[in-house]
Write a protein that binds this ligand. Structure first.
Ligand code: BTN
Length: 320
């Protein structure tokens, strides 16, 4: 019941929802609504109530626990189980330890990470209550070679979520979500598989939301929603993100990548641009011309040769 009331309040996007509407849609009395609203307030939601106008969701709690996360989601697979913690070295490492025994769609989320992992062995800064540090345990029946596409699905889902909140966002292929050229989210996908089948995939995302500063090594390349002037709560963003992610993920598992590719292209901040491709010890210049149906990047090099690039082997900087 709390879920349904919250959904009405969230869908109203900061406008009032009348008591009559809630009562009609949920078939409960005004007194019962009042009780539910108080329960939500106890959970940390700020709800304004005005006679003749109804109820308005003013702000979300700024902490995460199972109860809260589960209250806001009603999904088929993602979040079928939610594990929250105050602190952990790395949600990806934790998820890996339990993955074998957990069901597809389980999420592990922590208020901070003391040893957050980035790609290529790098450290991922994960300040307490500053972001969403989340790992998904996924068990799709796909070929192991297709698993890296999950990273793009997460990037696409986040770009779409932020766009719906009027955040100007871009995707730097294959998996960085940027605002104003700086990274707002990092994604690390790890897998356990044999040649033919996937045992499990751990998809980890770190979304910078409330942080006001970053360690000096990354302050020029990382940013947060807050630094960019967006006041969006962590829980709100998580709730909005999860259904979008689930929809794209399930369509991918069903063999349909069209919507994901559309998003990846629409928000791409490198397509049509001159880029530098850094790989191994070389740097080559080219133009990003397309993202293929497999999620690889087509680049035309200065000698007019066109090559298809896979994720994982390159990093890209574009000219500004
Ligand atoms: C990168 O940008 O290099 C990837 C960063 C991935 C960070 C996330 S935070 C949650 C999950 N747990 C980790 O240890 N890493 C990922």
């Amino acid at each position: 019941m709390n879920k349904l009331i919250l959904k009405l309040l969230i869908d109203a996007n900061g406008e009032f929802v009348s008591g009559q509407k809630i009562s009609d849609e949920l078939g409960i009395t005004r007194a019962a609504i009042w009780k539910r609203m108080n329960k939500l307030k106890e959970m940390g939601f700020e709800i304004e109530s005005v006679t003749k106008k109804g109820y308005k969701l003013v702000s979300y709690p700024d902490f995460m626990n199972n109860d809260l996360i589960e209250t806001g989601i009603d999904l088929k697979k993602i979040g079928s189980k939610v594990i929250t913690m105050e602190t952990v070295e790395s949600t990806n490492d934790f998820a890996k330890q339990i993955a074998r025994d957990e069901q597809d769609g389980t999420i592990v989320i922590s208020e901070e990470q003391t040893r957050g992992k980035g790609r290529r062995g790098r450290f991922f800064y994960s300040g307490s209550k500053e972001g969403i540090y989340i790992s998904f345990i996924l068990k799709p029946q796909i070929e192991p070679s297709k698993a890296s596409f999950l990273t793009s699905i997460a990037a696409a889902a986040l770009a779409k979520t932020l766009d719906e909140l009027n955040v100007e966002v871009g995707i730097k292929w294959p998996n960085d979500v940027l605002i104003d050229g700086k990274k707002i989210c990092g994604i690390l996908t790890e897998m356990s598989a044999d040649v033919e089948s996937v045992e499990y995939i751990i998809l980890g995302m770190g979304i910078n939301i409330k942080g006001e500063s970053f360690p000096k090594e990354i302050k020029d390349i990382a940013t947060s929603l807050k630094i960019q002037g967006y006041n969006i709560g962590r829980l709100e963003l998580l709730w909005r993100f999860l259904p979008i992610f689930e929809e794209l993920y399930l369509s991918f598992v069903d063999g349909d990548k069209s919507e994901i590719l559309k998003i990846l292209k629409e928000y791409s901040c490198i397509l049509g641009k001159e880029i530098y491709i850094h790989y191994q010890d070389k740097v080559e210049k080219g133009k990003a011309i397309d993202i293929t149906k497999d999620g690889t990047l087509l680049v035309e090099f200065e000698n007019k040769e066109v090559k298809e690039l896979n994720s994982g082997e390159i990093s890209i900087r574009w000219e500004s």
